[in-house]
Ligand binder design. Sequence first.
Ligand code: NCD
Ligand code: ZN
Length: 356
Amino acid sequence: MNDTVNSSPDTLTIARPDDWHLHLRDGETLQAVIGASARDFSRALIMPNLVPPVTTAAQARAYRERIHQALKGSGVSTAFTPMMTLYLTETTDPADVVQAVKNGDALAVKLYPAGATTNSDSGVRDIERVMPVLEAMAEHDIVLCVHGEVTTHEVDIFDREARFIETVLAPLRRRLPSLRITLEHITTAEGVTAVREGGGALAGSITPHHLMINRNHMLVGGIRPHYYCLPILKREHHREALVAAATGGERYFFLGTDSAPHPRGAKESDCGCAGVFNAGNTLSCLAHVFEQAGALGQLEGFTSHNGAHWYRQQPASDTLTLVKSNTPRTQDLMVRVGDDEIVPFDPGVPLYWQVA
Ligand code: NCD
Ligand code: ZN
């Protein structure tokens, strides 16, 4: 089914997109990056990996309030709704989670395996210790968002997602088949297969960068730190599997940008941070990917319907229009923060689609 309101070769109007995985940070970085998301998106699911992490309803409310303040200072006039997540720790109280979701302080809970990624030290070491929380979530139909990588030292970084699916996700699904799980920012063919076989209890979010580049783009001809993110870019055949999933009109796949700003100095470093800042050109990138796949008609499902449906929200009632021009977009998306700057995602190809 193609719900696109208006489609011609050069313009595309879709329900305003949602971003179901976004890092906004805090303080001056939050103020600097919020506009990039608020301009194009209706809602975003905000990741809780601040320092210290957002673990309680009170912290989520306070963080949401800081986001609202930053929005006021951003000059963006369209409505943007941050939806909060709680960071799951081994001391999270099941009753607190249920209450926070009931009160509307959070929409979902985020599981980071300890040490998996940026600011994940407070994450889960032993899944056994969070089973009471997960059981309560299953009972109350609260979605668990998962960073799906094992962190065991011996496991190769390129195998960590597939290994997680096999050794953590599969047993968890057998134990709690009714728990709805978002396998976030999937990067592998195994991730795609797991979601397809998930029987409606699994969904997968996909980033624009994993749809556009593979590990060669990051490592051949010089190392490109701004492409370094977690889960790490994989081989081309995995990228192709992700494109097929995103563009194929399958309702359990949807957009989560994983836009993750770090200052240039922290990326271009002896030990560079993981994260790609893509919020400002996500829609241009996706229109390019979907057009290349001959699937522009499926873009709206991926950006604006599927995720909303999964999180039991109505799709946005307003729209966003993309226009294809004859010349590539040249907009400067660099963001200044203090003495440093945040480098936007460079897809490596000219982008002709722009948000009108
Ligand atoms: C994210 C960040 O910087 O917070 N980094 C990333 O590479 N995606 C954390 C995450 O989502 O893994
Ligand atoms: Zn992330």
